[in-house]
Design a protein around this ligand. Structure first.
Ligand code: TYM
Length: 328
């Protein structure tokens, strides 16, 4: 039997090249060696208010982007989280054995809640739902970008605590970061992670940005006052552009050094922009085809949910039995 993988992306904002390079490309690489479940985590999205009409569209767009990026629905399951009720059910069961202090310490909770006037209880529970996603399928590996490391550590803590209280039940999931692109920074401010929620048109490159827009954003990216690429003292903005190029082309460190050492920033930016355009154009073409056939997309989502439900149901039953909860 193949080892199992679970990962997810929130259907909020526009998916950007950080999501693509940090998560999606790794998913595509892993999918033939693992039994994979990839989720559009709509229940996570609503921990912050979402416009209902927009959310529904984003869910479908996100699913279409998974497929356009190369997820093969014949071998991987592409699941809208809320359509498999066991995610929410396991979340509650785990919530009851998760100490409040663990959740209050999460940096993403502290960061997101500091930006809100009123904080939902869901935002605090967010990482428990994420643990439920992972533990539900007994995932061995979780491919993510490096901003999810703390959530994955918490998932293992939650699993360990449950196992200690109720007996060996959950598998310990391993965090899988990509070798290049685990943390893509904002183009406008390379000290900040590229993020869906960060406003500012120069901040992120959306996976669906047109070539002209991609070129413009990269040409305007913040670098530093040096004139040309210097690997011994490259600033964060330049390193970020080099990382983006390397992740899109798959070049080795040596190739990158040989090609870019001493290159003027204007030429560097042009080269990076062309690599991003070349990487995203075929994906965008596939995305348009998928979106033109909603019946196909809905079919994939339905079949995937049907495929994973028996496994999810078995896990929840086991957890309930361990806890002494009645099962029919
Ligand atoms: P989300 O939607 O914020 O991001 C989805 C994935 O993209 C990665 N990522 C990045 N990688 C590199 N550079 C960046 N700038 C960048 N920004 C985002 C994230 O690390 C992530 O892998 N909590 C998760 C969703 C989730 C999940 C799960 C993930 C829910 N349940 C279970 C794994 C397993 C999140 O908000 O991702």
């Amino acid at each position: 039997m193949k080892p199992r993988v679970l990962s997810g992306i929130q259907p909020t904002g526009s998916l950007h090249i950080g999501n693509y390079l940090g998560a999606l490309t790794n998913w595509v690489k892993m999918q033939y060696d693992y039994e994979c479940v990839f989720c559009i985590v709509d229940l996570h999205a609503i921990t912050l208010y979402q416009d209902p009409k927009e959310l529904l569209q984003k869910i479908e767009q996100t699913a279409a982007l998974f497929l356009a990026a190369g997820i093969d629905p014949q071998v991987s399951s592409v699941v809208v989280q809320s359509t498999v009720k066991e995610h929410a059910e396991l979340c509650w069961l785990l919530t009851c054995s998760t100490p409040l202090g663990w959740l209050e310490r999460m940096t993403q909770f502290k960061d997101k809640s500091s930006k809100q006037d009123s904080v939902s209880d869901g935002l605090l529970q967010y990482p428990v739902l994420m643990a439920a996603d992972i533990l539900l399928y007994k995932a061995n590996a979780v491919p993510v970008g490096d901003d999810q490391i703390q959530h994955l550590e918490l998932t293992r803590d939650i699993a360990q605590r449950f196992n200690a209280l109720y007996g060996e039940t959950f598998v310990m999931p391993e965090t899988r970061l990509p070798t290049v692109g685990a943390r893509i920074m904002g183009l406008d401010d390379p000290s900040k992670k590229m993020s869906k929620s960060e406003a500012g048109s120069g901040h992120a490159i959306s996976m669906l940005d047109e070539p002209g827009v991609i070129r413009k954003k990269i040409m305007r990216a913040t670098t530093d006052s040096r004139p040309a690429v210097d690997f011994d003292s490259g600033g964060a903005g330049v390193l970020n552009l080099l990382t983006i190029h390397q992740a899109f082309t798959g070049w080795s460190d040596d190739q990158v050094k040989r090609h870019f050492a001493g290159m003027r920033y204007g030429d560097l930016k042009k080269t990076v922009a062309e690599a991003v355009v070349a990487g995203l154009e075929p994906l965008q073409e596939r995305y348009r085809r998928i979106m033109a056939d909603p019946g196909y997309l809905h079919g994939v989502l339905r079949e995937s949910a049907d495929r994973v439900r028996p496994f999810a149901d078995a896990t929840v039953r086991l957890v309930k039995q361990r806890m002494g909860i009645y099962t029919d």
